[in-house]
Design a protein around this ligand. Sequence first.
Ligand code: ATP
Ligand code: PRP
Length: 212
Amino acid sequence: MSEILTIALSKGRILKDTLPLLAYAGVTPIDDPDTSRKLILDTNQADIKLLVIRASDVPTYVEYGAAQIGVAGKDVLLEHDGTGLYEPVDLKIAVCKIMVAAENGKSIDQPRIKVATKYVKTARNYFASKGQQAEIIKLYGSMELAPIAGLADCIVDLVDTGNTLKANGLSPVAHIADISSRLVVNKAAMKIRHVQIKQFIRQIETAVAKKK
Ligand code: ATP
Ligand code: PRP
């Protein structure tokens, strides 16, 4: 048997979309991830284990080599500071956009604005690239509330259908980046366990192509 391959998966929406891809690639968890309280799941392949963790923790587990492979949203990866990850495959799941949004009819064309977001680095880079001064206010969720409650002039958040913005009287005012989930690989593991990891990447690439 080859060395254990540990794959860190984001729980929630990404996990739901990742499991069918893994199944196409021949990997299925033995316990049901929806009902099991286990954080490490065995799979039908004795040398593959799954960690089910918070989306924002996936890059950290992979960067430090506690998992060799991970699945994380590009939004989370844009916020990650490390340099120890490769992003070899766009899994084309959990597709959305990261956007700036403000109250309907309000312009954000002011010399200095307040921006509420959990995507601090992305927001800072975006407004710096526009040469606009921005005070970034860190939030952990429900960003859409910030402009209507008077906390900020605008938000930087994920938009898919636009329903959440609409329901709260907000409109998108700028597109920052297209988001989808990516397979990430620890750079050192890619070198040391090249054959095993390359084979897994190929299986996932085939699964992504098949699913289209
Ligand atoms: P955490 O538990 O770390 O706070 P979260 O609550 O943001 O994460 P989810 O809502 O499951 O977790 O989102 C996980 C990922 O799914 C995001 O990082 C993003 O890549 C993607 N995502 C989030 N919202 C949407 C959406 N509306 N449509 C498509 N993809 C989305
Ligand atoms: C995400 C995101 C937006 C919403 C956008 O929230 O933070 O609020 O989806 O999707 P929409 O454009 O289709 O409305 P999610 O539903 O994951 O809730 P949470 O972040 O509060 O967990």
